[in-house]
Ligand binder design. Sequence first.
Ligand code: ADP
Ligand code: MG
Length: 696
Amino acid sequence: MNSLRTRDIMYIKGIGPQKAELLQKELGIRSVYDLLRHFPTNYLDRSSVHTIASFEGDMPSVQVRGRFVNFSVQGEGAKTRLVGLFSDGTAVMEVLWFKSIRHFRDTLAPGKDYVLFGKPTAYQSRWSMVHPEVDSPETASRQEGFRGVYPLTERLRQRGIGSRQIFTWVQNVLSTTPEIRDPLPPSVVGRWQLMAPREALAEIHRPTSPQTLERARLRLKFEELFYIQLDLQMRVRDRKGRLQGLRFPRVGQWFNSFYSQCLPFALTGAQKRVVREIRDDMNTGRQMNRLVQGDVGSGKTLVALLAMLLAVDNGCQACMMAPTEILAGQHFETLSKMTAPIGLNVALLTGSTRASARKKIHEALADGSLHILVGTHAVLEDPVKFHNLGLAVIDEQHRFGVAQRARLWGKNTVAPHILVMTATPIPRTLAMTVYGDLDVSVIDELPPGRKPVTTAMRYDEQRFDVYRFVGDQLRQGRQIYIVYPLIEENEKLDLKSLEQGYEQICDTFPSYRTAFVHGKMKPKEKDFQMQLFASGEARILVATTVIEVGVNVPNASVMIIENAERFGLSQLHQLRGRVGRGADQSFCILMTKRKIAKETRQRLQIMTSTTDGFLIAEADMKMRGPGDIEGTMQSGLPFELRIANLATDGSIVQMARDSADALLDADPALAGASCAALRVALAAIRDGSASWFRIS
Ligand code: ADP
Ligand code: MG
């Protein structure tokens, strides 16, 4: 396969420098290897000839064989078209050309045999085809069978590059490449009876039967997933075997005095268990890489704080990173308030920290007097030097893949312990891939006294009932969130309805202060408005999903979600998680139009029927496919998956994992002769992913 990576597509017959540049720009296809891995999304069936008389309903593209009876040019100006009457002996149809009229009139002759391939459409009780592919019976026989249909871009279409060209180029490459060396070692190929690479590639572009196509897909999916698992397992082994971690044997004064003096409540059983797991991890002499998964409100922040105190007790510093400034700010507030009685030194560093403050923080970090640094993920980009970083906590971030985490090590000579925290339940196969190098702890218990949030759907016409309810809650001293969707494609309209909503709320509840936050605001203004709400000065917050993750205002008991049908289930779950954090009964109201699609209603009904994040995530995956989760997870992979699908190919992920493990058990460095091609393939992939080590 590797020589394919170095062959430029420019030299393929029919491509040349200009098209090569275009293909690279539009589809990222540079080498012959990339071209062969530009997989079809669908197939055209030229395995059989249809009759015009048998056309019915919504037809796919089909092949017919017959003769043109006559041609005529019809219409005028832009509407000029060439119309050929085509008969196959069973019936007659019209064939239309709107472009290159002269060319077709000059080259096609009535009475001669042709094979047409195109999509029949019914127009005024007559069938027609627009710009079909036209072949003589001889050239048609070369097109026989199934043929790939490829993802394309509008630009490529405009420049006349279509599926047929791509198919032809692929066939061209395959016909001049009689052999492709299999990068997978024989032991792996043998174990799963995998199809050979050349055969699989030929089959995927031009299948000969559904069964062989399935085997080709399996082979290609396996290969992708195998590289990922191999890369992952090598990292894990490398770390476990070689890389030394810090040992934190002591539970000392910081931890103990916090525990006895500052802890505002008793830990839940699950929190205790996870803290113990973390403690054990940090005392093995190896680096900890642990994922803490816990539903919204399960109390992950406190677990993180206790872990950080252990680091401090052992003479180290700790840092905690959040995906947004608001969240980082909130963590900072929580942590510094909670630890104030014991005099722990905590600082906040974000993109908007002033230069003078920044300098002070840098100094305190470098001389070791700062215990805990809270920041956004930008902390990684910052030229911060820790005196002795012992633990890095990463909160609520799925984009933090294996490589990004590895980068944290660069901040220290000895790798710090790493704790990743997430509220998003991660399906097993995704966890096995993107977080495959992590140990997992689960906080499967909410703090006591929490009442499940009551969730209901309401139509826009019932708005005044909803407002009456909001009024009641306000009088009882509660706070209210009102969330609007805001997506880029629809930004102007969304902002408008957000602003109108804000005004309506101000008009309806003039005696209460209403804060207003959206993602397009300057960070300062945003923070100011958030602060108004967090402090309780503003009792209502009208916002976009900037509040989606992590925000903690226990007195807020009502979450109203406008246009709820436009949110994904996981997002709704996150939003709902903002309420129900105090002891009072909380409510989540999903506002929709009266007329919504049946599936949408079903989706929203899942929200009203359960508050279990795992059930919701599962339902979400089933209904929408991997969707968001996979999208963001993909960015945690060393290369883009072209054919494997993490959500649906779970069993192949498992196969790949088993094989990677077995292979590395037998040959940890892949030094054997049977792994020579594999080593090269892996190096090429790692090379190609160098530019991907960015943090979003
Ligand atoms: P999340 O897991 O979503 O990050 P937080 O750490 O923000 O949750 O905690 C949610 C709320 O629960 C906070 O107000 C926190 O103070 C509170 N909390 C955490 N642990 C406990 C506990 N053991 N008992 C009672 N309340 C707790
Ligand atoms: Mg949190």
